[in-house]
Design a protein around this ligand. Structure first.
Ligand SMILES: NC(=O)c1ccc[n+]([C@@H]2O[C@H](COP(=O)([O-])OP(=O)(O)OC[C@H]3O[C@@H](n4cnc5c(N)ncnc54)[C@H](OP(=O)(O)O)[C@@H]3O)[C@@H](O)[C@H]2O)c1
Length: 309
């Protein structure tokens, strides 16, 4: 389903996170949009974007309602979440409060004021027994994070017909003051000639954050509805990703040792044979997602430009 976008006023939550930063950069560069960035902190971490800023904690129902009523957005893009998978397993209450209650607050007000709600979810809604998955595959989360994100999808669905959910996985990229991600950590280790143990049995796509932001941008402009997978265009193991990164960056591949997920004893179980089939997004949003190699080449250029490598 699609139609021409009438969206002009865009409210972004979690704007100080990795995805949030790329989303506000993309939308505020387009003069058709009036962007209000919101995040938990007092200030916006990015200083090169032309958009408004308000502090907003999505767990505060009253604050969400007041701010949304004041700004009257046409669409809300929710980039706020508790994203640390193991922390979600050990701090379940905090996880549910942010990932589920927070989304319910956004969904309720979106439904009441006829606002499109754009939300971001994960391949962790699947059990990883038979990936890669299409959008309509049977969900069965095995971690608390996955359960909370599935519940967040359901809260979004409950907001009415005008919702858009992007499921993504292994998102990487360079942000300003954001927490580390798999690729950033790998670069730091390999650059310093430190050995790393990388799992060979977690299979899926890796996603350059700019591609995910672009999918959201096209989804809003084309005014599509429903669930879309949005992730890098090829599938491999984390180990394959690490080796490809070493090749693209010119680091020593011998520093990378293969291990199995079970040996890491992480609090949260991981879906192993996962992955997201992105044909629907590519066909309906009219965009191409980067391959691992293309994404890593772009990532390397960004790190070089920032003087980090
Ligand atoms: N990163 C991945 O590999 C990945 C994979 C699949 C799906 N996703 C999904 O993609 C979305 C974006 O993730 P990301 O990679 O950009 O993660 P991120 O960098 O951790 O960004 C999430 C942001 O949400 C903020 N936040 C947390 N609680 C909040 C609250 N109560 N109110 C307002 N903001 C709050 C965080 O602030 P603090 O840091 O200060 O808490 C952080 O800035 C999330 O929905 C995530 O579940 C990510």
């Amino acid at each position: 389903m699609s139609g021409t976008s009438q969206f002009q006023r865009i409210l972004v939550t979690g704007a100080n996170g990795l995805l949030g930063q790329k989303v506000i950069q993309l939308f505020s560069r387009d003069s058709r949009f009036d962007v209000l960035a919101t995040a938990k902190g007092e200030t916006l971490l990015l200083d090169d974007v032309s958009c408004g800023y308000s502090s907003l904690d999505i767990t505060d129902r009253k604050a969400v309602r007041e701010l949304v009523k004041n700004f009257e957005p046409d669409a809300i893009i929710n980039c706020a979440a508790m994203t640390h998978v193991d922390k979600c397993e050990t701090e379940k209450e905090a996880c549910w409060k942010i990932n589920v209650d927070g989304v319910r607050h956004l969904a309720e007000i979106s439904k009441a004021l006829d606002i499109k709600l754009v939300h971001v979810s994960t391949d962790y809604v699947f059990d990883g027994k038979n990936g890669p998955y299409r959008e309509d595959a049977r969900v069965n989360p095995i971690s608390y994070y996955g359960k909370s994100k599935l519940a967040s999808e359901n809260e979004t669905l409950a907001s009415g017909p005008d919702f858009l959910i992007f499921r993504t996985m292994v998102v990487y990229g360079l942000g300003t003051g954001t927490k580390s991600n798999f690729a950033i950590w790998l670069v730091q280790q390999l650059k310093d000639n430190k050995p790393v143990n990388i799992v060979t049995d977690q299979i899926g796509n890796s996603t350059l954050v700019e591609d995910l932001a672009e999918a959201i941008y096209h989804g809003v402009i084309k005014n599509v509805h429903g669930i879309y997978n949005a992730a890098g265009s090829d599938i491999g193991s984390r180990f394959d990703f690490a080796v490809k990164l070493a090749e693209v960056f010119g680091y020593n591949k011998k520093l990378i040792s293969p291990v199995l997920t079970a040996s890491l004893n992480q609090p949260a179980p991981r879906p192993l044979n996962s992955g997201l089939i992105i044909l629907k997004a590519e066909a309906e949003l009219g965009m191409k997602f980067s391959t691992t190699e293309e994404g890593l080449i772009r990532f390397r250029q960004q790190l070089k430009q920032a003087g980090l490598i």
